[in-house]
Design a protein around this ligand. Structure first.
Ligand code: PRP
Length: 209
């Protein structure tokens, strides 16, 4: 059974609180999301396996652990997931990036799949699906389905804020996928927004509110 890793770190909590504030500007929101994604990246990648690699230091030859360049694929769910990519790329500049287009129908709250562009041989890498919000879980479940249909088996999900309903839904559908989240909030409201949450992350990142 997969696990939910909820971050308990004052730097992450502080940044998340600043992001929740209604008065936080688009510019500040983007910066905070990038910073928080980088910090979360340390824990999300903790079980990655570095391969012993021959390296010549200025003194002598040696064998040291290194991650393979094609080892990881960051997979943002569009649009809001894009806001988490730069922080992770700063941490892993060698990572590849696949995009999964998805939008939630305003009325039914069901995800509508759009374009999906994944790197070749994505199945041989570890995939990190990123999206700031996990609400009903529908978008994340569909995104993980897309990766699995391409043969991916090593998948993890990284969110900023999750509703308990979303965590349960992803667990039930994809029990092999670990979830990493900065906070699990109280509930979903009638509009399927996470409460207290921070409303629509995409709008806050791109200033489209
Ligand atoms: C939001 C959010 C997630 C999804 C979460 O995206 O960024 O992708 O909803 O909801 P769910 O768990 O109920 O599927 P939205 O569809 O608003 O698109 P956006 O990223 O363009 O803002």
């Amino acid at each position: 059974m997969s696990e939910v890793h909820v971050f308990d770190h004052p730097l992450i909590s502080d940044k998340l609180t600043r992001m929740r504030r209604k008065s936080t500007s688009t510019q500040e929101f983007r910066t905070l999301l990038k910073e928080i994604s980088l910090l979360m990246g340390y824990e999300v990648t903790r079980d990655f396996v570095a391969v012993p690699t021959a390296v010549e230091t200025p003194i002598c030859m040696g064998t040291f652990p290194m991650l393979k360049d094609s080892f990881v694929t960051i997979v943002p769910i569009l649009r809001a997931g894009l806001g988490m990519v730069d922080g992770l790329l700063e941490l892993m500049p060698f990572a590849r990036v696949g995009h999964i287009g998805m939008s939630r129908d305003e009325t039914t709250k069901q995800p509508i799949a759009a374009d999906c562009k994944l790197p070749v041989h994505v199945e041989s890498s570890s995939s990190i699906v990123v999206d700031p919000m996990l609400a009903t879980g529908g978008s994340a479940i569909d995104a993980i389905n897309s990766l699995k249909s391409r043969g991916c088996t090593n998948i993890r999900l990284m969110n900023l804020i999750a509703a308990p309903e979303g965590v349960t839904a992803v667990h039930e559908r994809h029990p092999d996928v670990d979830i990493y989240v900065a906070a699990v909030d109280e509930k979903l409201n009638e509009q399927a927004y996470v409460v207290p949450g921070l409303v629509d992350a995409g709008d806050r990142i791109f200033g489209t509110d």
